[in-house]
Design a protein around this ligand. Structure first.
Ligand code: NZQ
Ligand code: ZN
Length: 448
């Protein structure tokens, strides 16, 4: 179409180009040639400007997305706050207190709740298991109907809270099977009001609108603004009875919730980024302290971990930013198939996700390396590798597995995970929706 005058070919940036033209074109050339050259130059300048403009659009940082923020859960944080239940629950409510396998009976929480409910009419339902099951939750619905219950109180970790969210919506479900809320994402139209006494900081379920339930080996999610708890009691002293394993699980779950909303690509969301970095730094600082014999009973450590876990998934840091969640979706299948603790599936999958998505997450990995791990390496590729290595090292410090082989899984266990992902239509994961089944296979292979 056109050719650049000799000596100008290498120059594509308009301002450099202009300088070169002035130097070369002036003295020797005939007027008509100059005229022709002038047109050509103008055309080239125009093309260069257009090229630069397009380049800018293509490489430009995408802006923060619009968002609406709503989180109606009233939080009572601190020691002794369980007593607030008595004022939070309407006086005339018929309450069903729902809990898990009985840890609340050996650590004094049950007695405190009982005391706080002493002026209410209440019954109880126990036996919600970790990774709560549909069949167990459905048993609670029979009691609700039989006793005309109109208020639920979840006392436990993420499993109890998620089960109560499901029960609250399932009890008023109009269709044939409340499982449709998860399997078919049928909209939740009504739910019974409920409050929460959190005993295990991890999932953020105490002030978010999501729930994860399991039925016949399928671990699925549903969400609705109608299942935000009306209130949540966060007393860090109740976490002192947690085993090391549950402390680790909680810290890792909160860490991965944070990075799945932060470590994607930049959209200049400064507040969300800095909140996320603050949560990550707190988990890095205080997580190991909660496992150390000298500091594990320190209530300030427990308080900071508890608040970190809530802040990691109460909606705030995810506002207007791209979100990943590939690790969670792959992790849910590992739990459903092999019963591995939720957080431990994350610590196995996440390092492999980072290694595979190094290029797509490049800018945020650099930011994460510098701001969370204080890395100073001048070589950006090296810095990224260090940031990933630091993450994995931290997971090991927190005593969680980082490889499938750590939980006795091998190459032959990958295909069943992929089949489940396919069955659940989890075939376009990640912030770019580009993690298909082949990439999930690569991730799981890297995690072996
Ligand atoms: O059953 P109890 O007796 O309560 O014992 C539990 C359980 O055995 C025990 N525990 C809880 N508080 C304790 C305690 N033991 C001693 N002292 C205490 N103060 O800990 C064990 C595990 O409890 P669980 O509730 O299962 O753990 P977690 O809070 O980690 O919840 C995990 C579940 O939450 C889901 C997970 O998939 C999993 O099913 N998630 C929910 C999310 C949400 N709703 O937003 C997001 C998460 O990503 C996650 O998927
Ligand atoms: Zn999680």
């Amino acid at each position: 179409m056109f050719s650049l005058p000799e000596g100008h070919r290498a120059c594509l940036l308009p301002h450099l180009y202009k300088v070169a033209v002035v130097k070369k074109a002036q003295p020797q050339v005939h007027d008509t040639v100059l005229e022709g050259n002038g047109k050509l130059i103008l055309q080239i300048i125009l093309l260069c400007v257009i090229f630069q403009f397009l380049l800018k659009i293509l490489t430009a940082e995408k802006p923060m997305m619009n968002f609406t923020f709503y989180n109606p859960t009233r939080i009572h944080f601190g020691e002794g706050q369980i007593a607030k239940i008595s004022k939070e629950i309407p006086k005339d409510a018929k309450v069903l207190m729902i809990y898990g396998g009985g840890s609340i009976k050996s650590n004094g929480i049950y007695e405190q709740v009982k005391e706080a409910l002493s002026h209410h009419e209440w019954s109880e339902f126990s036996g919600i298991e970790p990774n709560p099951k549909y069949n167990t939750a459905m048993q609670a619905i029979e009691i609700i109907k039989e006793k005309n219950i109109d208020y639920l109180l979840a006392v436990g970790g993420g499993s109890v809270i998620d089960a109560v969210k499901f029960i609250a919506a399932a009890a008023l479900f109009k269709g044939d099977d409340p499982w449709d809320m998860l399997a078919k994402q049928t909209k939740v139209e009504q739910a019974i009001d409920f409050g929460v006494v959190l005993t295990l900081p991890a999932t953020g379920s105490e002030s978010n609108s999501g729930s994860v339930m399991t039925r016949d080996g399928n671990k699925l999610f549903f969400g609705s603004p109608l299942v935000y708890p009306t209130f949540a009691i966060l007393d860090p002293s109740v976490t002192l009875s947690l085993s090391d394993r549950q402390i680790s699980n909680g810290v890792i779950d909160a860490f991965v919730h944070t990075v799945e909303q932060y470590l994607t690509y930049p959209v200049n969301a400064k507040i969300q980024d800095r909140f996320a970095e603050g949560i990550l730094q707190t988990l890095v600082e205080d997580g190991p302290l909660a496992l150390d014999d000298d500091t594990k009973d320190n209530i300030e450590v427990r308080a900071n971990l508890m608040w970190s876990a809530t802040m990691a998934l109460n909606g705030l840091i995810g506002l207007g930013v791209p979100q990943d969640w590939a690790t969670h979706m792959i992790g849910h299948e590992l739990t459903a198939l092999h019963g591995i603790d939720h957080a431990r599936t994350l610590s196995i999958v996440y390092p492999a996700v980072l290694k595979m998505c190094k290029t797509a997450k490049r800018e945020k990995l650099i930011q994460y390396g510098k701001r969370v791990w204080n890395l100073t390496n001048q070589d950006e590729q090296e810095l990224i590798n260090q940031a990933i290595a630091k993450t994995e090292e931290y997971f090991r410090t927190m005593q969680v597995p980082t490889r499938l082989s750590d939980v006795d899984l091998t190459n032959s266990d990958i295909d069943p995970v992929l089949s489940k992902l396919k069955q659940h239509r989890m075939v376009m994961l990640g912030e770019h929706q580009d993690i298909d089944l082949d990439k999930s296979r690569e991730i799981l292979t890297m995690a072996l």
